[in-house]
Design a protein around this ligand. Sequence first.
Ligand code: SIN
Length: 276
Amino acid sequence: MIIEPLAGALGAEVRGVNLRSVRDWAEIDRAFLKYSVLAFRDQQIEPQDLMQIGAHFGAPCHYPFVTGLEGFPFIFEVVKEEQETFNFGGNWHSDTTYLQQPPLATLLYALETPAQGGDTLFSSSYAAYDALSEGMRALVDPLVGVNSSSLKVTGGRRKMHSTIGSMKVQGMDQADRYEAEHPVVRTHPETGRKALFVGHPETCTNFENMTVAESRPLLDYLYAHSVQPDAIYRHMWKLGDVLMWDNRCTMHYAVHDYGMQTRNMNRVTVKGTKPV
Ligand code: SIN
């Protein structure tokens, strides 16, 4: 197994591994905690394999408001069809931070990629926290973010045509809306490192005990600060890539620069714990 860093702040490629038949995960686990995003090229993954790989990290969780694949309710397709202008995940975020226990990890497998473009960007929330001044850390350390699922999501072939906040998906959780309060600075439960945890500019509405108007300027600053080019890895997808990322210390952004082309990924999300 060869593990090669892909950027300064985060991201590594793992070579010489067939994810369908890993017996000893120790080195991959260490790399996952060290690099936060791992890329595996040339994999041949069926939905049951993706479930099995995800299970190494923990129990799968449903993506709220979305129906999974037939027979695999925890896997959903992240699809942009040719004619669609919406690209799921096309803004900087950490996944579903409006849940009480936001996901630990997300795994994405490339089934169809555009001829060019459709990259995913990742930023390190450790680097974002580390780069704050002492004064700013003192200000944000005690803050709690209020997160809500009122964001609207549309687009995607199978199941991303849903509208978050109003649609109920049969057989899935039936909540209209999710709300959760999380520390703006969280401590990673395994590495012990501090990470800025602001989630998503639209779903993190304000700080606890502060109005939206009072919170917005600082939130906007923290978002801009979290995604500086110096702390980013850009993944250029190829068919057969599997990416796994740590939602506890990263944000990501699915770039939509591929016009009328199709992009199709299978995705599974792994349950996390309440951030502290
Ligand atoms: C997402 O999970 O936000 C989408 C990532 C991607 O499709 O690149």
